[in-house]
Write a protein that binds this ligand. Structure first.
Ligand SMILES: Cc1cc2nc3c(=O)[nH]c(=O)nc-3n(C[C@H](O)[C@H](O)[C@H](O)COP(=O)(O)O)c2cc1C
Length: 220
């Protein structure tokens, strides 16, 4: 296969990938609650499972949550943690945060909790001896694959991190030593916003890509 696309030309398949990457949004308010077809869910999870992982450890698991009771219990916890964070804010930030929705736990069709097992593939995980976090990075790549695949399927995903790991471990019966990394809300949406919610609410702006690129050295 030829290398990349020649400069200035983008093949339709390549453009399709870029379109999905830029269309992806973190969704809170736009979930419709309609079901996700089993075959679509299988494709999305298979895409997540195809992620790269340090030493091919594939340290992730996916817990599918449809139970209303579990979702309600988690949502109560998220509300309490939202209050914890809100109590750290004052002035404009407090007012802005009060207007921002931070989850779609009850409105989305289902949730997926992605976990990290540091023992998987051990004890000698190739490539992790100097950087313990490389296992966690691998789980995040599975999450991003899931997020992009869901977006390509026309679904929305919302990452919820307003929780304490011990609470979620207890709620889902996750064994000690395995870390819950993300609670993802998943499902059909009315639409995807073009601008991130936090930007629309004046919480933070995206920075230009040029500011993130350094040449040879940090200051370069
Ligand atoms: C690790 C991680 C945790 C996040 N936790 C939350 C969360 O708890 N609640 C929320 O509303 N958004 C959460 N988000 C979504 C971010 O706010 C969102 O990605 C960011 O504002 C950019 O918007 P976009 O994803 O629509 O481009 C999280 C995103 C990441 C990557």
């Amino acid at each position: 296969m030829a290398g990349g696309d020649p400069a200035g030309t983008v093949r339709p398949v390549t453009q399709g990938l870029y379109d999905v990457i830029h269309r992806r949004r973190d969704v809170r308010a736009e979930f419709t609650g309609e079901p996700v077809e089993a075959e679509v869910l299988r494709r999305i999870l298979t895409a997540a499972h195809a992620a790269p992982s340090v030493g091919l450890s594939q340290p992730w698991d996916f817990v599918l949550i449809r139970s209303d009771d579990v979702r309600k219990a988690f949502h109560e916890h998220v509300r309490a943690e939202r209050d914890v964070f809100a109590a750290t804010l004052t002035g404009d930030a407090a007012e802005r945060f009060a207007r921002i929705k931070i989850d779609g736990v009850l409105e989305s069709s289902l949730s997926v909790v992605i976990t990290y097992d540091p023992q998987r593939g051990g004890p000698a995980v190739l490539g992790r001896h100097a950087i313990a976090d490389a296992g966690l990075y691998s789980v995040c790549l599975a999450i991003q694959n899931l997020w992009l695949a869901a977006t390509a399927e026309g679904l929305g995903v919302g990452w919820v991190s307003f929780y304490r790991e011990d609470f979620l471990r207890d709620l889902l019966g996750i064994p000690d030593g395995i870390r819950p990394v993300a609670w993802l809300c998943l499902g059909p949406v009315s639409h995807l916003e073009q601008v991130p919610d936090l930007e629309r609410h004046g919480w933070r702006q995206r920075r230009p890509v040029a500011e993130a690129i350094h040449e040879d050295r940090w200051a370069g």
